[in-house]
Design a binder for this molecule. Structure first.
Ligand code: ADP
Length: 166
């Protein structure tokens, strides 16, 4: 099935200049890039992204990790599209725990476990179709995606101040 998936190169990946390595590995899938940006992550976005983990004892730590409190305050968010995109990308990422991830995977190559016990595993990738939809809608506006009607959209009128180049 052709499907989209969300990838986030987490702050440790940017801090360690791993974006090139990660993108090279991901490009082996031949999936199509339909969105990409560098983004600062406010607390509300990090908490919403990890909402399914909110009862875990390490929730606050992974929120801080995604916000960049321990590295640089930015991530790279990417949307790939294509046949079995979710499975193909997760395979290259490797297991959640970097010590259990195969050595050739992104997490196996570049991840680590901190002394506080957080898995600093360099990359996030959507786990299933439902998560991909929720996460893509959380991280991207429709006009940031170069793909016709990835999900249904509607028109709305907004009137607010906007920053433009001076
Ligand atoms: P994945 O990112 O592989 O989909 P989860 O959604 O289960 O995994 O976890 C979200 C993130 O929380 C992981 O990528 C990792 O950074 C961190 N994490 C998950 N499980 C643990 C754990 N047991 N101890 C420490 N950190 C964890």
């Amino acid at each position: 099935m052709e499907e989209p998936t969300l990838v986030i190169i987490k702050p440790d990946g940017l801090q360690k200049s791993l974006t090139g390595n990660v993108l090279t590995r991901l490009s082996e899938t031949r999936l199509v890039l339909i969105g990409a940006k560098i983004k600062a992550v406010p607390r509300a976005l990090a908490e919403e992204h990890y909402i399914h983990m909110k009862d875990k004892p390490f929730f606050e730590e992974i929120v801080k990790y995604l916000m960049g409190d321990y590295h640089t305050k930015r991530v790279m968010a990417i949307v790939y599209y294509g046949e079995d995109a979710i499975k193909k990308i997760r395979k290259i990422c490797g297991a959640t725990n970097p010590e259990e991830a195969e050595p050739g995977t992104i997490r196996g190559s570049f991840g680590r476990i901190t002394t506080k016990g957080v898995y600093e595993n360099v990359i996030h990738a959507s786990g299933n179709t439902g998560d991909a939809e929720r996460e893509i809608k959380l991280w991207f506006e429709p006009e940031e995606i170069v793909f016709d009607q990835l999900y249904p959209t509607k028109q709305t009128t907004v009137s607010h101040k906007k920053k433009i180049w001076a």
